[in-house]
Design a protein around this ligand. Structure first.
Ligand SMILES: CCCCCCCCCC/C=C\CCCCC/C=C/C(=O)SCCNC(=O)CCNC(=O)[C@H](O)C(C)(C)COP(=O)(O)OP(=O)(O)OC[C@H]1O[C@@H](n2cnc3c(N)ncnc32)[C@H](O)[C@@H]1OP(=O)(O)O
Ligand code: FAD
Length: 616
């Protein structure tokens, strides 16, 4: 599996390289295009062992290294002459970066760093490709000068000989073991013992160690977190893609499979004619579209911020960090939930490997953990919302993606309920701001009672998480609303297409409204009749979108090879493909399985003999 994954990954990397050279030499971002449209991850069902090399190793060299360091290492990495990974997480620490134990001690006598993973818990653990594929890595360690801690730093470390691929002296490297998915990625472990690298192997674009050992601090320490921000942006795109793949499979299956007459005496309908099936499948189609649009927005913001950071303008970092966190969390949570819901919508056949829904789930699910565990990132956003609420109280302006918080904070009550899209969107935003206000009251009371900020964050964690989740909903729904209702290219759309988009907006807003009805009712008075009217609209818009479901998922444009699913094949020959897949199972090579003579027959005979004896 691993060698097949590497073979496919090399082919994909070659394609990426040629695309980069053709479209944008020196490369900003074509990954979303490649990943989204090619969905190469689906061509490598066990995961891409080069993804961290391409997404993090090469980018860290470009963004965290000096121009000279890029020339020495980055160019070779971009050209895939060396293969690296991003080795930050350790066996003992992943979230709390200040707790990382790997250390880099500067030796001014030799102008080298001595790298160590002092304990078992200090071993790097998880980096993609580290086990077998990579010969280099970005090694993240606590920097020490004269045994004084200076914070985190990144080092280019060669771990294997470029010719023989043998681990170098002082390097202990290998595979961490089988996972619930992505088993072609060879996530690995790495221990270093008194491993020396030249001073210029520390990435020094933003912070430096001079030959005499003087430390020049980064102007903005958070810029060292930038490689993670990029992958969070990628995750938003990639997981919306996984959901779109699953939605395509379940939609196609739902118009092939017939089951259970709706009217007595009528023929069995396609299962997508059942309203409850529509409620399982169609909202996931729309969620995939909603997140694909939000991820594209985020990618543009990343590119703009990356260019600004390159010019030493760090002003947009906080907003990008907040949005990358919230979108990475929202897409990974909702896509994972959605893929499982779509699997269940396909009955027993959804549980077959031939349907590929299980593998898509296994590819999507770890995104809730890597690149910042979701609940931790929600707390990150909760902290940022607390800071921004203090700005609101001080009458200061907020970052554009949080402007609605200022607007809602000025409303003394929610306007007359109309049930319009604007009303639904404002209700979600208003509930978010209400939650922020309540969270701030708890958090601030704790800080005022002399609790540390960290402790106050922990003890206000439930309210901070709620506020963060609603902020994510507000941002995503707001972005979708703008794209459908106020997009500058709206007039280029046919009326029919605009109507489909508006139906998707209607469904998304009503679905989010019902998902957070409790949060909304806490701050807004809505009558039973107004809620029942929304229930009717929900049923109505599902019916309206039903005829377009197949066309929308066809527009995701995944070919059969990418979907790799007997349930989602374009020709609809589901049963033939399920049966074809079944007959290929190794157990079907022989009419009588080997275990019959060896185990089953003796077992049954023993039971029969015992039964006879007991009768005597
Ligand atoms: C061949 C073709 C290939 C093409 C690609 C194909 C592949 C397709 C698939 C693509 C998608 C995915 C690929 C999968 C790859 C997976 C690889 C996984 C890699 C990893 O997992 S790397 C390790 C990730 N680890 C983490 O994220 C750690 C999480 N922890 C943290 O981020 C931090 O510890 C913390 C934020 C939780 C806590 O930080 P802490 O030190 O305690 O301090 P705070 O007070 O919380 O923060 C201090 C201030 O800094 C601000 N901050 C924090 N983080 C950031 C940031 N990232 N950016 C900017 N600012 C940040 C924070 O807001 C505070 O600011 P303040 O002081 O309050 O103003
Ligand atoms: C498939 C996969 C690929 C990966 N690839 C890489 C890679 O290429 N490079 C790399 O460096 N790492 C990689 N990782 C590691 C990943 O970044 C970490 O798993 C992640 O950061 C979480 O850290 P942890 O696993 O140590 O969990 P911990 O940090 O131990 O957290 C465990 C749980 O504790 C709770 N928790 C932790 N901190 C807090 C807090 N502050 N407040 C409240 N609750 C908290 C949360 O519930 C969390 O889920 C990968 C992981 C996976 C699964």
């Amino acid at each position: 599996m691993a060698s097949m994954s590497v073979k496919h990954a090399i082919a994909a990397a070659k394609k990426l390289r040629s695309l980069q050279e053709r479209f944008n030499p020196g490369g900003s971002d074509i990954y979303p295009a490649l990943m989204g449209d090619e969905a190469i991850t689906a061509l490598i069902p066990s995961g891409n062992p080069l993804s961290v090399h391409i997404l993090m190793f090469t980018r860290a060299l470009r963004e965290q290294g000096t121009d000279e360091q890029y020339e020495k290492f980055g160019r070779r990495a971009d050209n895939n002459e060396i293969i690296g990974t991003f080795a930050q997480t350790e066996l003992g620490h992943g979230t709390y970066l200040r707790g990382l134990e790997a250390r880099a001690d500067y030796d001014r006598g030799t102008e080298e760093f001595v790298l160590n993973t002092p304990k078992l818990s200090s071993y790097k653990w998880w980096p993609g490709g580290l086990g077998q594929t990579c010969n280099y890595c970005i090694f993240v360690a606590q920097l020490y000068i004269d045994n004084e801690a200076k914070g985190m730093a990144m080092f280019v470390v060669q771990i294997r000989d470029e010719e023989t691929h043998m681990p170098l002296p002082g390097v202990h490297v290998g595979e961490i073991g089988k996972k619930m998915g992505l088993n072609g990625v060879n996530n690995g472990f790495l221990g270093l013992k008194d491993y020396r690298v030249p001073r210029l192997n520390m990435l020094m674009r933003h912070q430096q160690v001079l030959p005499d050992g003087r430390f020049v601090k980064s102007p903005v320490s958070q810029v060292s977190y930038f490689p993670m921000v990029f992958v969070r942006c990628m995750v938003a795109r990639q997981n919306s893609n996984y959901l779109a793949q699953a939605a395509t499979i379940a939609t196609r299956y739902s118009v092939i499979r017939r089951q259970s007459p709706i009217e007595e005496g009528q023929p069995e309908p396609k299962i997508l004619e059942h309203l409850t099936q529509q409620m399982k499948v169609i909202p996931e189609i729309v969620t995939a579209v909603v997140y694909r649009l939000a991820a594209a927005n985020l990618q543009n913001m990343y590119n703009e911020t990356a260019e600004a950071v390159y010019r030493k303008d760090f002003s947009r970092l906080p907003e990008l960090h907040a949005l990358a966190c919230i979108l990475k969390v929202a897409t990974s949570y909702d896509s994972t939930y959605g893929i499982e819901r779509l699997r269940q919508a396909c009955g027993g056949h959804g549980y077959l490997t031939a349907g590929n829904l299980g593998n898509i789930f296994a590819m999507a699910a770890p995104a809730c953990t890597y690149e910042g565990e979701n609940s931790v990132l929600y707390l990150q956003v909760g902290k940022i919302l607390m800071k921004n609420w203090s700005q609101v109280l001080a009458g200061r302006e907020l970052m554009p993606s949080m402007a609605y918080i200022s607007e809602c904070s000025k409303m003394t009550s929610f306007p007359q309920w109309t049930g319009s899209w604007e009303c639904l969107l404002k209700a979600i935003q208003y509930a978010c701001v209400g939650s922020i206000r309540l969270a701030f009251q708890s958090y601030n009371a704790r800080v005022q009672s002399a609790q540390s900020q960290t402790a106050a964050v922990n003890y206000s964690g439930l309210e901070l998480t709620k506020a963060a989740e609603l902020h994510g909903r507000s941002y995503v729904a707001g972005n979708f609303y703008q794209q459908i209702v106020n997009s500058p290219n709206k007039h280029q759309r046919s009326p029919q297409f605009q109507k489909v988009l508006e139906n998707m907006l209607e469904l998304h807003l009503i679905q989010i409204f019902f998902r957070h009805l409790g949060d909304i009712l806490r701050f807004i008075r809505i009558t039973e009749d107004e809620i029942s009217a929304l229930q009717r609209r929900l049923e109505e818009v599902l019916k309206e979108l039903r005829p377009d479901a197949v066309a929308i998922t066809d527009a995701f444009d995944f070919n059969d090879k990418i979907l790799s699913s007997a349930l989602g094949c374009y020709d609809g020959n589901v049963y033939e493909r399920l049966f074809e897949a079944a007959l290929k199972h190794p157990l079907n090579r022989k009419s009588v399985p080997d275990f019959f003579e060896a185990h089953l027959k003796p077992f049954m005979k023993e039971n029969a003999d015992n039964a006879k004896k007991s009768k005597l």
